[in-house]
Ligand binder design. Structure first.
Ligand code: ADP
Ligand code: MG
Length: 289
């Protein structure tokens, strides 16, 4: 589902002495069925932007088009219900939003709220719990007796069970260890590849942005300052450094390798496996010589 921001401004606490503008004249198209990463320094407006995708915040001025629906200022909740069914948001630390007494009830809550029968919702709960790497024995457990990582997975399963057309992820791996982070990102990546979903990821992790995104949006102080393919966004460190971001480590390594060896590689590599493969081919060639 395509999303278009048209001249969107957002001001927190408008008409008070504390008013602060968090989004400035955002004109942005997020392509249907693509994986888009949004990067930017803390406070640049990423979470504010995401909350416009299902009308949790409505623009102070301008409009957000989500598929056939349009969100404008002060939209009534009724009109937003349709959009909320199609756009699932995994907020930062989603485990804080668990509230039911069992894992099953928590995952079933969203689908049942949108008219799915209890039987069907339980089927989905099993399926999506498995998808996030937990077996059925957890269904009857209280979410509050699980580990932090398991709670995060249950909360994610609850969003996935809604089977959204647009999946929005606001730093979904924050606070997880590297192994847990990788598992969670692999789940989102395989879901994205397996379906027709539009995925939008806000991340501090440049490796993930490089590895998973078709397109990257760069934000600074409430403005979209760049949008493009990862190869373009990560072609130079200067602009990113200016706004407090770094190149992915794989690309830093490639640039250092090219500088010190004097050998230019065929292209900018966005993941370790591709980089290692090209360097191995080079080394093999040298052995023959
Ligand atoms: P990011 O997700 O990129 O860290 P945010 O969208 O959370 O950025 O914040 C953008 C700006 O809006 C920041 O200056 C932040 O302080 C401000 N802001 C965020 N939430 C609120 C709020 N509830 N009330 C007032 N200002 C807010
Ligand atoms: Mg944020």
């Amino acid at each position: 589902m395509q999303i278009d921001f048209k001249k969107v401004d957002y001001v927190y606490k408008q008409n008070t002495p504390l008013a602060s503008r968090a989004l400035h004249d955002i004109n942005l198209t997020i392509a249907s069925e693509k994986f888009t990463a949004i990067i930017g320094h803390t406070g640049s407006g990423k979470s504010t932007l995401l909350q416009h995708l299902n009308g949790l915040l409505t623009p102070t001025s301008g409009a957000v088009e989500v598929g056939d629906e349009t969100i404008i200022a002060n939209q009534k909740n009724k009109a937003l219900k349709k959009i909320r069914q199609k756009v699932g948001i995994v907020f930062q630390f989603p485990e804080y939003q668990l509230f039911e007494e069992t894992v099953e009830k928590d995952i079933c809550f969203g689908p049942m709220n949108y008219g799915v029968t209890r039987e069907k919702a339980i089927e989905k709960a099993r399926y999506y719990l498995n998808m996030v790497g937990m077996d059925e024995s957890y269904l009857t457990r209280s979410p509050f007796e699980l580990s932090g990582g398991q709670m995060r997975r249950v909360a994610i399963a609850g969003i996935l069970a809604m089977e959204p057309e647009v999946l929005v992820l606001d730093e979904p791996t924050a606070g997880l260890d590297p192994f847990g982070s990788r598992e969670i990102m692999d789940i989102f990546s395989s879901m994205h590849q397996g379906g027709k979903m539009t995925t939008i990821l806000v991340t501090h992790n440049m490796e993930d942005a490089a590895k998973f995104a078709d397109e990257i949006v760069v934000m600074e102080k409430g403005i979209v300052i760049q949008k493009g393919a990862p190869e373009v966004i990560f072609s130079s460190a200067d602009e990113l450094e200016r706004i407090g971001l770094k190149l992915p480590q794989t690309i830093q390594f490639q640039k250092m390798f090219e500088k010190q060896s004097g050998i230019g590689l065929s292209k900018l590599h966005l993941n370790e496996a591709d980089l290692v493969a090209e360097i191995c081919t080079l080394v093999e060639g040298m052995k023959v010589c």
